[in-house]
Ligand binder design. Structure first.
Ligand SMILES: NC(=O)C1=CN([C@@H]2O[C@H](COP(=O)(O)OP(=O)(O)OC[C@H]3O[C@@H](n4cnc5c(N)ncnc54)[C@H](OP(=O)(O)O)[C@@H]3O)[C@@H](O)[C@H]2O)C=CC1
Ligand SMILES: O=C(O)[C@@H]1CCC=N1
Length: 272
């Protein structure tokens, strides 16, 4: 399978490196493009054995699956530039924030097969969380192919497109919230006397472990929290502080803000 990335930034790099590590494809079967001023990004792809180009057209001509990995304001320009090169043999996989399938289908030739994906950067280490929605002209096997690719780098579920903005707010942007949590937990450890590197490792493993507990036991996170909080113990004292400072509300509102931003990005492109 020949995979092309139009846009060679952070999410494209994470997916490409994850696909190679997972054995879904080889470096030489990947090609990536970005503008000439970003040659460092193409060097990153080059270091993985991938082909690189400053021409988006070349990427599309040489690929079967084309991953559209540019920021939303760039999408109309890129599609105007390369739409005519797409054939029904291409599968377009867009990871662009907020851009609806119907917009992509309108901009591309009539039978172009389109799938919209919301991945996240931990795909790089095969712990990604992705969802996808299929366009109106996909053929048999496209959904399975996208699921296979994304499952190789984490978990992946097909969802109705109406849920993608909410997914963006949760798992698409979510790693950023969790890095802040790790950094802050480590600060707490340092405040209480731990060396910084140990504090970061403990904080990161604690988040990883808690996530695995939820996924692998199937128990509700509230019940797992109760297991940690012994009567009159240390944890329940800490939980009271988290509640007092509004951690839950902060996380709920973070997801909401990112989801609304995703929705807004889509509306803006539709008007342009
Ligand atoms: N980062 C993340 O965690 C996630 C990102 N996404 C989505 O993926 C998309 C890419 O995000 P991300 O990788 O973070 O962004 P980056 O800014 O890291 O990468 C975008 C890349 O596209 C390049 N680019 C700009 N103009 C063009 C053009 N005309 N043709 C080809 N390439 C071009 C940029 O080059 P230059 O720098 O020169 O402009 C840059 O290399 C976005 O829509 C984002 O919302 C989705 C899920 C998660
Ligand atoms: O911030 C962004 O635009 C992208 C979308 C999801 C995560 N990062």
């Amino acid at each position: 399978m020949l995979i092309g990335f139009v846009g060679a930034g952070r999410m494209a790099q994470a997916l490409a490196q994850g696909f190679i590590a997972a054995g879904i494809t080889k470096g030489e079967k990947i090609i990536a493009s970005c503008p000439p001023q970003d040659s460092a990004l193409l060097e990153y792809f080059g270091s993985m054995g991938c082909k690189t180009s400053y021409s988006n057209a070349e990427v599309i001509q040489r690929s079967e699956v084309v991953v559209l990995a540019v920021k939303p304001p760039i999408v109309p320009k890129v599609l105007q530039e390369v739409a005519s090169i797409f054939t029904p043999g291409h599968l377009m996989v867009s990871i662009a924030l907020g851009i609806p399938i119907r917009y992509l289908e309108q901009m591309l030739p009539r039978k172009t097969r389109v799938v919209r994906v919301m991945p996240n950067t931990p795909a790089l280490v095969k712990h990604g969380a992705s969802v996808f929605s299929c366009g109106s002209t996909i053929k048999e096997g496209d959904s399975d192919l996208v699921k296979k690719m994304l499952t190789s780098v984490g978990i992946c579920e097909e969802v109705p497109e109406t849920l993608i903005d909410a997914v963006t707010g949760l798992s698409g942007s979510g790693p950023a919230y969790m890095y802040i949590a790790i950094d802050a937990l480590a600060d707490g450890g340092v405040k209480m006397g731990l060396p910084r590197d140990l504090a970061i490792r403990l904080a990161a493993q604690t988040l990883l472990g808690a996530g695995k507990m939820v996924l692998e036991t199937g128990r509700h996170p509230g019940a797992l929290k109760d297991d940690v909080c012994s009567p009159a113990g240390s944890s329940i004292h800490a939980v009271q502080q988290l509640e007092r400072h509004g951690l839950r509300t902060a996380l709920i509102e973070a997801v909401q803000a990112a989801a609304l931003r995703s929705e807004e990005a889509g509306l803006r492109e539709k008007k342009s």
